[in-house]
Design a protein around this ligand. Sequence first.
Ligand SMILES: Cc1ncc(COP(=O)(O)O)c(C=O)c1O
Length: 452
Amino acid sequence: MKTIIEPFRIKSVEPIRMTTVEQREGILREAGFNTFLIRARDVIIDLLTDSGTGAMSAEQWAGVMRGDESYAGADSFFRFRDVMRSVTGMENILPTHQGRASERILFELIGGKGLVVPNNAHFDTTRANIEHSGAEAVNLPIPEAKDPSSRHPFKGNMDVAGLEELISRVGRDRIPAVMCTVTNNSGGGQPVSLANLRAIRKVCDAHRIPFFLDACRFAENAWFVKQREPGQQHRTVREIVRDMFDLVDGSTISAKKDGMVNIGGVLLIRDKSLFTRACNLLILTEGYVTYGGLAGRDLEAMAQGFQEVLEEDYLHYRIRSTEYLGEKLLASGIHIVEPPGGHAIYIDAKHFAPHIPQEQFPGQAVVCGLYRVGGIRACEIGSVMFGGPGRPAPAMELVRLAIPRRVYTQSHIDYVAEAAAELFAKRKHLRGLRITEAPEVLRHFTVRFAEI
Ligand SMILES: Cc1ncc(COP(=O)(O)O)c(C=O)c1O
């Protein structure tokens, strides 16, 4: 069959509140043109993020009822730990309340002033936690990653020659770890090949530098490897996932993505002594080592979610439905980061609004336009998120349409494509923005703008 259907039926529904263009105009102004500051009830289709916004399965909800809420040694922890061990092959597993808690613990231990942490592309919270420790976060994407129209099959890959050059320039003693983000969220949700992960491992081995994965979307990455990497087609996603984790010394994971839960994170560390120090920090701020800031029911939901995400019918539907939105936008003449990523479509805002200069935030102008036209909430990934005093302007100005897992149907996606096409047709009316208030770090969450 050519139609790839959702491999699930809907058992429970949540109403969407419709709004008019006039109502949305008032809401947008009140929110200072920042869609993070809009109430969720005022959004028709929420594509702000795929993080923690997915629908849980009947089995996950059954796990919620089974949750063992004992403070220490709860059964739910051991179920979660055993699943994570079988999926990743790693022994030392800590639950955390979300990905950035894992990052905070890791970089409090290995970061610090004068140090440098390379990545294919750091996510905003990873960068912020590294910089908070005093270290410098360096992005090393391959050159194709900066060209939205390049259809490189593994555009999330790290520039391995760039990594070697960085090591010889700053010295291995200043690099506490190399990270690689799968899939690469800041660079268009693009996958990283096994060959690239192996090449990074080789460089890390030669210089005795630990290698960590930011593995939020490990299953989506493995699906792309199975589809695109020569010699991987006959293998299961589970086997490919295991290969990915076998190559690294540890991993930070936000379970709100491929863990298929609304809250949760994981920290994996092979080195026993570093792991022990992480346990102590976890106890200091997150909670005891068998719950890590979560309830037992959350651990049950994660244990089930980390298995469901490896079901290949699910991954087939997931990646195909993202691609479907990408194809519709391309057919309307909208430029996107190609090929479509795993969890999101990234609109090229420089092409969409060429009359708005980078310092007037063309991505944010498109975000505001999508909300006005269709009540669609998207996320700017460009100068608002990564710019700021003393920071260079990013190479791309993107608008991310992130697709929550198992939430929207094909007609919701058709509606998004129609609204985006309508906005594109009248794009010359889009206006630039200037910042009226901004915090020092992670400014995109609370910044306010005025229209120019
Ligand atoms: C690649 C990547 N790393 C880290 C994080 C942080 O995870 P969390 O939001 O659970 O703290 C995210 C969240 O979107 C992400 O996409």
